[in-house]
Design a protein around this ligand. Structure first.
Ligand SMILES: [Zn+2]
Ligand SMILES: [Zn+2]
Length: 320
C-alpha cells in the first residue's frame, strides 16, 4: 500500500518509537556500506574487493533509530538483514537517478505486510523526483506495481530534521550540484556526526547550486565525511559538468572543513580494485602529517565505521 502522504511529519514524530534497534547494542553510531559504486553496477573480478553494487549506506544511531541513505543495488543485501527485524525503515534519498533507486524493487521489507517505510525524497530539481523509488515499480518496468506492495510506505518531501522525534538527532540538507538536482545530508546525534554527499560536483562549470564555501561550512568539523570522488584529472575535461567530483577536490574539502575522517565514495564503474588501491596510497601520502583528516579510506562494500563518543568533544572512529 503506497500513501503519497505529504502531511505526515507530526504523525510520524508521534509514532516513531517502535522499540530499541536490537542490531546496535553498543550505543554507538555505526555506518555500514552496502553499495559504493557510481553510475551502474560493476560486478566482476576487477571490482570484487571494493564491490560493484551501487549506492546504499546504512546508519544505525545510538538512540535505536536508523537511516538508509539511497537505494542502489546495495540495498538488496541490507533488506535481507532488516527483514529479520520489525523496525520502521527510514530512507533518505539523494536523488532519483537509477544507481540510487534501482535496488528498491528487490528490497525484501517492501513485501512485508506489517512493515512501515518512510521515504524522504525531493521535489527539487527539473525532473520531479517525488517517489522515484516507486515510479519504477509500475507493472511494466518491473512485474509488480507499487499499489500491490503490502508494506505501508510513505513518501515525504518535507525536511526530515524533526521526523525522528528525538531532539538529540539533527538532520540537515544541502542541494547538490548535479544534473536534475537532489540533496546531501548531515546527520548528528549527541555530538557525533556524519555527512553524506554523493553525486556532487564541487566545481561545476555552469550553474552552481551550492558554492564551495557553503560546502565547507556544511561539512565543518564533521566526524565522517562521505563524498563522491568518482573522477581523476585524466577523466577531464570530457566529464566536467557531469555532476561528480575529482579525488583531489574532495581531499581539499576534507582539509578545509577539518573533517576528522574522509570516505571516498561513488567509485567510477570502470575503476578497478588496483586503481582504487592506488588512489588510497596517494591519499595516504597526501594526508600524512596533517592534523585532519586523521583517517582516509576509499569506501568498500561491507566496511563499517563506528563512532563512539568520548569525554569532551572527541569521538573515537573505528573502521573495519
Ligand atoms: Zn550516482
Ligand atoms: Zn546522479
Amino acid at each position: 500500500m503506497l500513501h503519497h502522504g505529504v502531511n505526515v511529519l507530526a504523525q510520524a514524530a508521534n509514532t516513531n518509537h517502535t522499540g530499541k534497534n536490537l542490531l546496535n547494542r553498543d550505543e554507538q553510531l555505526i555506518i555500514t556500506f552496502y553499495g559504493v559504486r557510481g553510475s551502474i553496477p560493476s560486478p566482476g573480478p576487477a571490482t570484487a574487493r571494493y564491490g560493484g553494487n551501487t549506492s546504499c549506506v546504512y546508519i544505525e544511531l545510538a538512540s535505536g533509530n536508523s537511516l538508509i541513505l539511497d537505494a542502489g543495488t546495495g540495498i538488496r543485501a541490507l533488506g535481507k538483514r532488516l527483514a529479520q527485524t520489525h523496525q520502521t525503515i527510514n530512507i533518505l534519498l539523494s536523488h532519483g537517478h537509477w544507481d540510487h533507486v534501482q535496488g528498491y524493487p528487490f528490497f525484501e521489507p517492501i513485501y512485508q505486510p506489517e512493515r512501515r517505510i518512510r521515504v524522504f525524497t525531493s521535489t527539487q530539481g527539473e525532473h520531479g523526483q517525488l517517489c522515484s523509488l516507486f515510479n519504477q515499480i509500475d507493472g511494466a518496468n518491473f512485474p509488480v506495481s507499487a499499489e500491490q506492495l503490502p508494506s505501508q510506505s510513505e513518501c515525504i518531501t518535507e525536511d526530515p530534521a524533526i521526523i525522528l522525534g528525538d531532539e538529540n538527532i539533527i538532520v540537515r540538507r544541502a542541494r547538490i550540484n548535479h544534473p536534475g538536482g537532489g540533496y546531501a545530508y548531515r546527520i548528528e546525534e549527541d555530538g557525533t556526526s556524519c555527512v553524506y554527499i554523493t553525486d556532487n560536483e564541487l566545481d561545476p562549470p555552469h550553474k552552481v547550486t551550492t558554492r564551495y564555501d557553503q560546502w565547507v561550512e556544511f561539512c565543518r568539523g564533521v566526524d565522517v565525511l562521505i563524498h563522491d570522488a568518482q573522477y581523476l584529472e585524466s577523466d577531464m575535461p570530457t566529464k566536467h559538468g557531469w555532476g561528480h567530483s575529482l579525488v583531489t577536490q574532495v581531499r581539499q574539502l576534507a582539509i578545509d572543513a577539518e573533517a576528522a575522517s574522509l570516505v571516498m565514495f561513488h567509485h567510477d564503474p570502470d575503476r578497478s580494485d588496483a586503481e582504487i588501491d592506488f588512489i588510497q596510497q596517494e591519499n595516504d601520502a597526501f594526508f600524512r602529517g596533517r592534523r585532519a583528516p586523521s583517517l582516509s579510506v576509499c569506501a568498500a562494500e561491507g566496511m563499517r565505521i563506528q563512532l563512539t563518543p568520548q569525554s569532551g568533544k572527541a569521538t573515537r572512529i573505528d573502521i573495519s
